[in-house]
Design a protein around this ligand. Sequence first.
Ligand code: SF4
Length: 245
Amino acid sequence: MDKTKIDWCDSSWNPVTGCLHNCEYCYARSIANRFGFHANEPDINERILEEIPISRGKKVPYLFDFQPTLHKYRLDEYLHKKGRNIFVCSMADLFGEWVPDSWINKVMGGCQNAPQHNYLFLTKNPARYAELVARGLLPKKDNMWYGFSCTRPGYTGWFNMGFHTFASIEPLLEPLEIPIVDWVIIGAETGRRKDKVIPKREWIEEIVSQCAESDIPVFMKSSLSEIWGEPLIQEFPERLRRSVI
Ligand code: SF4
């Protein structure tokens, strides 16, 4: 179970880790590589762990570094915990095209076994949502929120089809129009990357104004503090009011 510094959720949960999108600003890859064990298993179907690996008496959280891995021993981690807003797979893209359906089904099963929580998914590949919907494999529940990252214009999309949806505009890399969703999260790139993009305040203002027109709650991440220069807008949709845990 992961405590988290991510300010728009209460906890993160990582039954799957690893991602092949290779975004240049990825913080998760740096963490997995730093704490990784550097084991190499080219076949994704062999990267399924029944128990947490131990080496020299210490737990190994990233046996295969950032290669996609299913950690089955984490599936019931939140079973008996008090209800909260959980970011599912903050260290992966659960809906990357390389992820087997069976892994997604297992994670969804874990969610459905602990219905006291709200589950927030986030992907850079929302086409997979649509594809799962077409096959009847994406649960439509009041406590399941399907988010997608949009950092640049030209996003074509994930239409909500009655699901709870949200857009994560993080990092904000240029001005863009927001899609119609139930919630918008905005953040700036963090870290010390050489070509790091600092968003302009007017890009943020424009998104906030679009959200106000469409009555969409906005959550500004603390990474915008300096750019915004006044108290951050940190709204939640009604169903996701911040839990007290
Ligand atoms: S999608 Fe997320 S986890 Fe995957 S490489 Fe990009 S930033 Fe990292």
